[in-house]
Design a protein around this ligand. Structure first.
Ligand SMILES: Nc1ncnc2c1ncn2[C@@H]1O[C@H](COP(=O)(O)OP(=O)(O)OP(=O)(O)O)[C@@H](O)[C@H]1O
Length: 414
């Protein structure tokens, strides 16, 4: 009896999903973890990187390189592709390529431990003196004659925590007898070298490769190549790929954004049980991505800005007619003591409102009141219940959940 119930429930729950799957052949092909076999419109950068690394095949040390370009311009994909080709071309097994993402492996200790582990050294996650980890790595590396290319993706993340590790790695060759190291730094922050020690800067930037943003046509080619593998034949309406490409090119030529748009449009179409992906699904995907971005921005706002937003939210909940900066300030002043936060001046709150406007979280319109001057009317750009739940996730604001506005304030000047 019990078993019977279980079986019916689970098959019932998933029954509607079983028939699905008419859209995708493989959705993973559209994720950024997938490495494509070909990289259209990056032939020049691939050639450039290959020619810098080629000396490694003869046991010589390639120059260090910095690769720059905005997000989604194919830097990681190209670096991994060229690294793989290099290892495959290396008949004498004298080169190896180690890829590290410095957003994940983000301290000197972790970087060195990760590198040492690559040579089968057993280094604990923490606890050793950094010097000792460095020596283990250097000794393991120098056991034989070889060239090791270390790719440091998002290298700017390391610099923010001090550039000791970059300094040590950039001068490691003078510490080695047999092996040689060459570094590839990858970054979407064009300015990060300004913060580097000048010695590290000149060593790391011996060579530079710039990745320009893709234009709409180039993104279209990239999407077409991926769509062929990702979707079943005939499920894409004609205007879907051009529209995804146009949206992504308008941002800054970000191929990742374009692939995300296409994948999410596919998922929306699938959930709606549509047989095809249409322009409407792409627009809905764009809105969803934008909504997710805004949510992420709200979560990371400082408490003061969150209080300003909460004040506007409460005013909207009371159906206040014109929400002005003064009304927001009045509400904000009431909220500050409840969460034990010092209140800022009216002027600062005006600035915070302008910042939130720029981030697209709220919208302000300047209204002329004739001889009474001008005033700013504020409205939220985010669905209020959603905004409320995001704001209340912040433990500092959770006491506001039970706060209701005193009656006299409701009819005060707005
Ligand atoms: N020329 C290309 N051909 C095919 N796919 C590409 C191309 N360029 C980028 N992509 C794809 O776009 C996505 C983002 O690329 P990649 O991760 O290489 O960007 P990035 O420049 O390293 O970005 P970030 O700076 O944000 O790390 C990946 O899924 C990648 O496969």
């Amino acid at each position: 009896m019990f078993e019977g119930v279980l079986v019916t429930t689970s098959s019932g729950l998933f029954a509607s999903f079983v028939g699905q799957g008419g859209i995708f052949r493989s959705r993973d092909v559209l994720r950024s973890t997938y490495t494509p076999k070909e990289l259209p419109h990056r032939e020049e950068q691939i050639q450039e990187l290959a020619s810098v690394l080629a000396p490694a095949l003869h046991g010589e040390t390639p120059s260090n390189i910095l690769i720059y370009g905005k997000t989604g311009t194919g830097k990681t994909a190209v670096a991994k592709y060229v690294g793989k080709e290099l290892e495959e071309a290396d008949a004498g097994s004298t080169c190896s390529v180690i890829y590290l993402n410095c957003e994940v492996v983000d301290t000197q200790y972790r970087v060195l431990a990760h590198l040492a582990r690559h040579f089968d050294k057993d280094i604990p996650m923490t606890g050793w003196p950094t010097d000792q980890v460095y020596s283990e790595f250097r000794n393991a590396l120098d056991e034989k004659k070889r060239v090791v290319v270390i790719m440091l993706d998002e290298v700017d993340k390391l610099v923010r925590k001090g550039d000791d590790v970059l300094y040590n790695l950039s001068r490691i060759n003078s510490d080695l007898v047999q092996a040689r190291v060459s570094l590839i730094g990858i970054s979407n922050d064009l300015k990060f070298t300004e913060f580097l020690d000048p010695r590290v800067k000149s060593s790391l930037g011996e060579d530079e490769i710039i990745f320009p943003p893709y234009n709409a046509e180039q993104i279209q080619d990239i999407l077409e190549q991926r769509a062929e593998l990702a979707f079943r034949p005939g499920v894409l309406a004609d205007d879907v790929i051009p529209l995804c490409a146009a949206f992504a090119a308008r941002e800054h030529g970000d191929a990742r954004r374009a692939l995300d748009l296409l994948r999410i449009a596919g998922e929306i179409a699938e959930r709606a049980r549509s047989q095809m992906i249409t322009e409407e699904h792409v627009k809905a995907a764009r809105d969803k991505i934008e909504q997710d971005r805004v949510e992420e921005v709200i979560k990371t706002l400082p408490t003061q800005s969150k209080l300003v937003l909460y004040s506007i939210l409460l005013l909207e909940e009371q159906a206040a007619r014109n929400i002005t900066t003064s009304a927001v300030y009045g509400m904000y002043k009431q909220l500050c003591p409840l969460v034990e936060v010092e209140s800022l001046t009216h002027r600062r709150i005006t600035d915070l409102i302008a910042e939130l406007d720029m981030l697209g979280i709220l919208h302000t319109v300047v209204i002329s009141k004739g001889r009474y001057g001008r005033t700013k009317e504020i409205s939220l750009s985010v669905h209020p219940p959603k905004l409320k739940s995001i704001l209340l996730q912040d433990y500092r604001l959770k006491d506001l959940a039970n706060f209701s506005v005193p009656t006299q304030a409701r009819f005060g000047p707005v």
